[in-house]
Design a binder for this molecule. Structure first.
Ligand code: EPZ
Length: 447
């Protein structure tokens, strides 16, 4: 298992181009199961999660060829998907356990093949993560669903012994923590091939849902309202292939913004989805960071300069569904606030247990007090490098940026979590001046 060894203290500066979004790409890939034609996705990042979903799609009868980016500055590679064998329908535990987002295959497979068997994803480091809303939504479209031997077994209603199309319905996707992003993706994708109109109420408004609706519409679907809490889908009998460019990754962009702020840096991000980052920019500006966006023609692909030149001000942050502050940046902002001038309050409203990084930051000298879903951060003058353990993707990013601002050396163990969602983070941080090395557990750690 690899680890990162970081010498803290460098002030980040320079330019970086943001990669295509991991969380947008995963449901887009699954949408290829909805058509017999080829689907091409561009700006696809080269990440472990994408590789895992490719493996699953191949098992499900879909050819999946990935051509990585040719140069550093490209946002990602080209992924060509083509479903040639519509008979398999089982997403096995072996693959699903490596990546929860395998659940994205459920809606498309059910809608196109009339049946789907997907291993039920378990909990993970950030909390329990049920899928009841996905199932409620698909049941509303007429699917029969049971859980059998750890698998979700779903089938479309049968007519004269053969699976028939799902049927449009009014579907409510609100849950105790708001809507569900992948649940909305599943129901919206399935509804494209259903008979009649589906209205999804309390739909997730995340930009990744808008990107999926754009692909589905390019494939011939009739989806409107994506990006709002009410999505309307008029079912069609078949979808065709399409060629689609994935939106840039707002969480990768937010992570580099945080790293720039924490190191009092001056970093310019190209291909930045600023339009989807209003809450993030708002918090950075409140902390005293200068954020200037040159929006050009496309507010989802702009140039943003992030400059910090003083001790940061403390913040109150509450994570919320989009357009609120994203849970996927909570850990990175928590790292940033460890060095702010005063007390900050961070409340997690999406995954109340998503705080495994708190104990690790404390090992670096941070002053944190957690009560339930809230952490109070008392800013300290400096963090001190230490060996720390990554527990999940965003917690890993938090520890890396904390290490970059700490005095001395920090070793972040188990960075395979990071590789699931950040392409070559150490090389990209080095490009900005960070002192960070990837070391295999078998190699000696540099002195
Ligand atoms: C997506 O997960 C993202 N993953 C997550 O990113 C992100 O943290 C999350 O949305 C919230 O923004 C991908 O896009 C691949 P949810 P998803 O269903 O869709 C509860 C990262 O770091 N809920 O929107 O699985 C759930 O427990 C990852 O990149 C139910 O109660 O999340 C949570 O509290 C991690 N029942 C809330 O809703 C359900 O059926 C939102 O979850 C589904 C969810």
């Amino acid at each position: 298992m690899d680890q990162f060894v970081i010498q803290g203290g460098a002030r980040l500066s320079g330019r970086l181009s943001i990669k295509g979004s991991k969380n947008a790409t995963l449901p887009l890939m699954a949408a290829a199961l909805l058509t017999d034609d080829p689907v091409t996705l561009r700006d696809v990042p080269n990440l472990a999660d994408i590789t895992n979903l490719r493996r699953l799609l191949v098992e499900l009868g879909c050819e999946a060829d990935y051509e990585p980016a040719q140069s550093w500055h490209e946002a990602g590679g080209v992924l060509r998907l083509h479903t040639t064998d519509p008979t398999p329908s089982h997403a096995r535990y072996d693959i699903v356990r490596t990546m929860r987002a395998s659940i994205c295959a459920l809606g498309p497979m059910l809608a196109k093949r009339g049946q789907a068997r997907v291993s039920m994803p378990g909990g993970c480091a950030i909390g329990e993560r049920p899928v009841d809303l996905h199932l409620r939504g698909l049941r509303a479209l007429g699917a029969e669903i049971e859980v059998n031997e750890g698998d979700i077994v779903a089938s479309a209603p049968r007519r004269t012994g053969r699976p028939a199309r799902l049927r449009g319905a009014r579907v409510f996707l609100g849950g105790p923590f708001g809507s569900t992003v992948l649940g909305t993706a599943n129901v919206m994708s399935a509804a494209t091939l259903a008979e009649g109109r589906t209205v999804i109420e309390s739909a997730a408004c995340e930009p990744e849902i808008v990107d999926l609706a754009d692909l589905l519409n390019a494939m011939g679907a009739r989806v409107s309202g994506a990006g709002s809490p009410r999505i309307v889908v008029d079912g069609v009998t078949a979808l065709r292939g399409a060629d689609h460019r994935v939106i840039p990754d707002r969480i990768e962009a937010g992570t580099y913004m945080c790293a720039a702020a924490l190191t009092n840096g001056d970093v310019t991000l190209e291909n930045c989805p600023f339009d989807a980052m209003i809450a993030v920019a708002d918090r950075l500006e409140h902390a005293g960071v200068l954020v200037t966006a040159d929006e050009g023609d496309d507010p989802m692909r702009c140039r943003v300069r992030v400059t910090a030149s003083r001790v940061l001000r403390p913040l109150e942050i509450t994570t919320q569904p989009h357009p609120g502050f994203p849970t996927d940046l909570q850990a990175q902002f928590l790292a940033m606030l460890c060095l702010a001038d005063g007390n900050s309050v961070v409340t997690e409203r999406i995954y109340p247990e998503r705080f495994l990084h708190v104990a690790e930051l404390s090992r670096m000298g941070a002053k944190l007090f957690r009560q339930g879903p809230t952490v109070v951060v008392s800013g300290v003058r400096s963090l001190v490098g230490a060996p720390v353990m990554a527990s999940d993707l965003r917690a890993s990013a938090c520890l890396v940026i904390a290490g970059m601002a700490a005095e001395g050396s920090t070793t972040v163990h188990r960075v395979y979590h990071l590789d699931r969602g950040y392409e070559r983070m150490e090389e990209r941080m080095r490009l900005l001046g960070a002192d960070i090395q990837r070391v295999s557990d078998r190699e000696p750690v540099p002195a």
